[in-house]
Design a protein around this ligand. Sequence first.
Ligand code: ZN
Length: 168
Amino acid sequence: MDEKVIVCPNCDGVNIETKKILTATGEINRYICIMCGYYTQDDFVYENKKTIDECLPRLYRDLCKLSKETELFWYPIIMDYSNLVILFPDGTNVDDWQWCVAPYEVIPKEERSKYPIQGKANEYHSHRVSLKHSQHYNKDNFISAMTFLNFLLKDTNWYEKSIFGRNL
Ligand SMILES: [Zn+2]
């Protein structure tokens, strides 16, 4: 049996969470370093790098790390729990960025026309990321960012109870 240990190229950590995900080409593994927040998956290989990078902002491309053992490319993760909360790397360059955890807020009806859903006529987003209510964590402190994210997700009524929620 292949007992190869996955090592994170960003922090050298071996505390890696493996998840099966479904892609257009079938089921593959995604690996998340729970120490530093970097992740990769079986198809993050050299041949696909250009396509992956095209969808990513400059900061994420610059933060990319190559694992010499597996030849997979690793990126800082984005965890988007749609309409609830999002965690993402926020900053201007590799030396100046932090983890950001931000709740979604309901967009008041009168403002929704400013948030059209791409590719859909007359459909608008109901929620937007509330940067005003976000929390930032040092880039070396992914664990605290995750703790706050999980705290917000654990209470399923958090959104309704919070000051961010408003009646639709
Ligand atoms: Zn790591």
